[in-house]
Design a protein around this ligand. Sequence first.
Ligand SMILES: N[C@@H](CCC(=O)N[C@@H](CS)C(=O)NCC(=O)O)C(=O)O
Length: 224
Amino acid sequence: MSKPMVFYYARNACSIAPHIALEEVGAEFEARCVDLTAGEQLSPGFLAVNPAGRVPALVMEERTVTEVPALLTYIASLKTGAGLIPAVSSIEHARCFEWLAFLSSSVHVAYAQFRRPHRFVSQDFACVHALVEQGRRNTIALYREVERRLGDEWAAGNAYSIADMYLVPFHGWSWRLDFDIEAECPKWSAIVERVLDRDAVRRVLARENSHEAEAQTVAASFAR
Ligand SMILES: N[C@@H](CCC(=O)N[C@@H](CS)C(=O)NCC(=O)O)C(=O)O
């Protein structure tokens, strides 16, 4: 019998998107929480899983897959009947992957300039402060662009998809930006509210916020 997949995630991180997808398709997986605030992503145990030191990571039969868009696509394909990716060759299919690319390569990177400036520049403090402020402005501009691109239904048309799951973490990070997302991005906020209200997503939030997650940390799992 094949071993269940192991999913590495962190709280309040981009990994919530594939975490939602795993619950939506009813996948059998073991969830392990990586404590980013304690620097656990840089522990030898986790670096053996993902040498990049980032979450999410999904381990299947000793092989690791990373990157949110790849994980969302893979997980959705485990249960095509769930309809989490629009039909191939439709405009909605293109739109869905447009969202994954835009959020991953533009929005997340701008947010990282603001939140993780040391990925981009060394310890030159003046330069770091300038990058943080420019990253904040770039991110806010991109958040407004997200809102401009959204229609009245779901991100990729009239059905819930993996694109909507990926809109969740960035929305949740807005509080750090000094940006009133509810007022400025009502369509995005409405989508996130509907996503958070789903049963599968409630299970994800319960797991990510539970004490059980503490016990399931990477350190604990490698100590077994
Ligand atoms: N391009 C990657 C980005 C992954 C990423 O940056 N994850 C963050 C959490 S949102 C992380 O692990 N940060 C840890 C660190 O920067 O040390 C993806 O899409 O999966």
